[in-house]
Design a protein around this ligand. Structure first.
Ligand code: ADP
Length: 512
């Protein structure tokens, strides 16, 4: 498992705690969060802009209306008397009180006394600030926003002129209660709409992104299934147009086609190789087989010539004949060994049947005694042991071990054969007091043609133990060696014991 933690996947739970690895966020969830955040930001910007524009529009509409009303009323006002000598007395035009949320009030500029007001004001007065009054006295109009009876009022203050002089102030005011109500509702409506729209948008986003991603998941699933089954002849199915997904499916299919071709080439190459190897094995087996007959003929004839040696045959002639016999014998053994291994490689089957080992050991013991040249061959413990095996090849295995033991043990040495039956296994050991094997050679002595340096002075081909191992494996067993240089070696063959006696097993079993 990778030890690298990506920053986005890891959050430290606390400074001194192990990092907590969060599962990666799915693309579907990320897309949904993205949609929803973009929508939330859009609603916020739109809402703020709408609110600001509406406020400005309402403000300017109120200002325009109060200004034009003030001028209209100022033109229609009748000033009575002769201010400033007299107290200002005015008559408002009859249309003054037509709009219920518009209030009009006229104040004497000199005294600050209210001299007239629209009937909808009842007994209330529009506020008039001293600064506003002094501006009006200077002939300047002004706007102000004030509160009266809990309502916001927008007031336009216009100087009232009579005979070119400022005699009063005409105040036209409009209540902002309706506008404020509208803006308050808007302030409430926008967040409510957002609160309703966002979950709906998130849900729709989740469904839509699921729909968009389903074909990708299908493509990934079919590619994974094809990979698992190694069915490279299959293709990823995509029924949509040749858009991004279509191109992805097409690219995967192109790769699958390449993979299929490579796989096919590989299979063809493998079959070719198998044919070649099988052909070589057959050739080796055939060659070994064919060589056996002429070699035997050569050997027999050379021996015949040697035996019928007459006095007129020279010593050189006799030596040459002896060499021919020896070499022919050596080659015969080599060819025999090669034939066994070639047949083993070609998958030769042994026919296994319940076989008692003890008689085989006794025969091999007697043969070894004949082969011994000064060594003592002994039988150690010999127990009864039955295995499922092939008597000929098992005898051959024993002879290989005994032949080696005698070959690599000098005169006066000992070779001991032991056969034990231990917990469902037959243990066959051949121990010698010979030259022993260098530890570095031990793992290799079962390889074909391997001969330890110390063994090169003796005759041999390096194939004996390879054959012995093959025979042990054919019997579902194993062969092991322990050796001490200069002290001797022990070769052990362990075979599974066969508990059935031969009479109760009608058909021989064939093992590969
Ligand atoms: P060969 O005996 O024909 O050389 P083998 O395959 O039978 O071939 O044995 C391989 C090698 O293992 C031998 O060359 C020898 O070095 C070593 N070897 C086998 N048996 C013994 C033994 N009993 N004592 C010492 N060395 C042995």
């Amino acid at each position: 498992m990778s030890r690298r933690f990506s920053a986005s996947r890891v959050r430290l739970a606390a400074r001194d705690q192990w990092p907590v690895v969060l599962p990666p966020m799915s693309i579907r969830l990320r897309l949904t969060l993205l949609y929803t955040s973009v929508l939330a930001a859009s609603i916020l910007v739109f809402g703020l802009a709408l609110y600001a524009l509406l406020t400005r529009a309402l403000d300017s509409e109120v200002d325009q209306e109060t200004t034009s009303r003030a001028h209209e009323i100022a033109v229609g006002i009748q000033v009575r008397g002769d201010p400033p000598a007299d107290q200002l007395a005015v008559t408002l035009p009859p249309t003054t009180s037509m709009a219920p949320d518009t209030f009009v009030q006229v104040t004497d500029a000199r005294t600050g006394q209210v001299v007239a007001r629209s009937s909808n004001l009842d007994d209330r007065q529009l506020p008039l600030q001293p600064e506003t009054l002094s501006l009006a006295r200077q002939g300047q109009s002004s706007f102000e926003t004030l509160r009266m009876d809990g309502q916001r009022l927008r007031i336009y203050n216009l100087p009232l002129l009579a005979k070119g002089r400022v005699v009063g102030v005409v105040q036209v005011s409009r209540s902002r209660a309706t506008d404020d109500l509208l803006l308050r509702r808007l302030r409430l409506l926008l967040p409510t709409l957002a609160a309703l729209a966002l979950p709906v948008a998130a849900g729709l986003g989740w469904i839509l992104s699921g729909r968009v991603l389903t074909p990708i998941e299908e493509i990934a699933d079919s590619a994974a299934a094809i990979g698992r089954a190694r069915a490279f002849a299959l293709r990823v199915v995509h029924r949509g147009p040749l858009d991004e997904l279509g191109r992805l499916a097409a690219t995967i299919n192109t790769m699958l086609a390449e993979l299929e071709a490579a796989h096919r080439d590989l299979a063809v190459a493998k079959t070719d190789l198998e044919h070649t190897v099988a052909g070589q094995r057959r050739f080796l087996a055939d060659a070994s087989h064919e060589l056996r007959t002429p070699l035997t003929t050569i050997r027999m004839n050379a021996e015949l010539l040697r035996e019928s040696e007459s006095t007129d045959v020279s010593a050189d002639h006799a030596k040459a004949l002896a060499d021919i016999t020896d070499e022919a014998e050596r080659m015969s053994r080599l060819v025999n060994d090669l034939l066994i291994l070639a047949r083993a490689d070609a998958g030769q089957r042994l026919t296994l049947r319940p076989t008692p080992l003890r008689p085989l050991v006794e025969v091999a013991y007697r043969q070894a005694q004949l082969l011994a040249v000064g060594q003592e061959v002994e039988l150690g413990t010999i127990e009864e042991a039955m295995v499922l095996g092939d008597a000929d090849t098992l005898r051959q295995l024993l002879l290989i071990l005994l032949d080696n033991a005698l070959k690599y043990t000098p005169d006066g040495g000992r070779v001991i054969i032991v056969l034990c039956s231990v917990t469902g296994h037959a243990h066959l050991t051949v121990t010698d007091t010979g030259m022993g094997i260098v530890p570095a050679d031990l793992p290799q002595i079962f390889e074909r043609f391997y001969r330890a340096d110390a063994a090169r002075e003796t005759s041999g081909s390096g194939l004996g133990l390879a054959i012995a191992r093959w025979i042990a494996e054919q019997h579902a067993g194993r062969i092991e060696v322990t050796s001490t240089l200069g002290v001797g070696s022990t070769f052990s063959v362990v075979l599974p014991a066969c508990l059935t006696n031969s009479a109760s097993l009608p058909e021989p079993l064939t093992f590969r």
